[in-house]
Design a protein around this ligand. Sequence first.
Ligand code: B12
Ligand code: SF4
Ligand code: SF4
Length: 339
Amino acid sequence: MSRAEELKKAAQSLGFDALGITSADIPPHADHLKEWLSLSYQGEMKWMANRPEIRSDPQKYDSIAKTIIVAGITSRQTSSPLPRGRIAAYAQGEDYHEVLRDKLEQLAQKSLAQWGGHYRVCVDSSPLLEKPIAAMAGLGWQGKNTLLIHPQHGPWLMLGSILTDLEISPDSSSPDHCGTCTRCLDACPTQAFPQPYVLDARRCLAYLTIEHPGSIPEEFRPLIGDRLFGCDECLEVCPWNRHAQESRELRFTPIPRTDLSEMLTWDDARFRQEFRHTPIFRLKRGRWLRNICIVLGNIGTIQDLPALQKAAEDSDPLVQEHAQWGIARIGQRNRKTND
Ligand code: B12
Ligand code: SF4
Ligand code: SF4
């Protein structure tokens, strides 16, 4: 069996849904990163603007890397862990960073280390253009929603990579199969795509509910609807979902949560206890409560007013401001229905 075949077999037995191999070259369209940054599309994600020449070129990040192994696990879920409100599929269970890192480390130990190779495991936070690299490794193509579309798992793969100094025969990259489809662009609630294949993160609900640090601009609050964390709209509409199965990864199983007005009463200790080892932990209590206040403003009823009124007196000004907005919006809705 070749090294590439051994890697694929080991990846399958570890529960990965896909694995591809590419040489550690500059990915296609990498030069667009500088243009993207020059338009400030990264918003407050200042770390994205650090040293773009490293992010664009894997060998500038790790000079001994010759090969990149990219693996993915589907995050697709069909049930919701909440009575009200939505959490993006990838964030309903355990933190994918931990899940992918554990499995990639095991994969590297079973194979690359045995073959005498050096390696580095990268999941998400490393300065790599993971989607174009995954496309080079034959996992699929970068779609108009900018995500890696896998022919069987659609846009749902969560990605991680291993950089190694070993030379392993690469897979061939796959062509773009978006064709004339524009479903993801049309479905975006905030029109966050200035053009196909380009995202203005400042308008994206995933950015606003996860990465944006402060007050959410008022124009976007109604558009958040019932999304508490992230957005799956441009994933759900993709026709490449036709063969996509629910995730088999047990650590991605949705963790049931209590209702929104109860979560609004949680102190920091309770927040940390509930969300440790999940992607939501990174938000910290203030931003989580901020998001709940917006969602209650959009879908809540007068029964939610006592919890929102308590939040309006919270010690965190971010929570206070969004709770006041939520109260006002429920009030407006009730006035309209009573008129
Ligand atoms: C920053 C970031 C975000 C930001 C910005 C997203 C973005 N599109 O850049 C925000 C917070 C908005 C975000 C949101 C989400 N994210 Co995110 N994010 C990242 C991160 C850390 C970096 C992405 C990046 O490099 N952006 C910079 C821009 C410039 O890159 P780009 O969008 O790929 O742009 C390229 C194209 O525009 C291309 N280009 C330009 N013109 C053309 C023309 C053609 C024809 C083509 C093909 C390409 C092309 O050139 C650019 C540079 O290469 C990656 C992890 C990583 N290290 O890669 C995860 C990652 C992309 N995110 C991921 C996920 C799951 C999401 C969400 C689905 C989460 C959710 N459900 O809420 C949403 C999806 C929103 C969307 N449609 O992109 C996954 C995607 C997996 C996949 N199958 O693709 C990743 C890979 C994390 C992971 N490890 O799995 N994310
Ligand atoms: S994640 Fe939602 S808001 Fe962001 S680009 Fe996709 S559809 Fe638009
Ligand atoms: S919805 Fe259509 S255009 Fe968007 S990524 Fe999927 S196939 Fe491509």
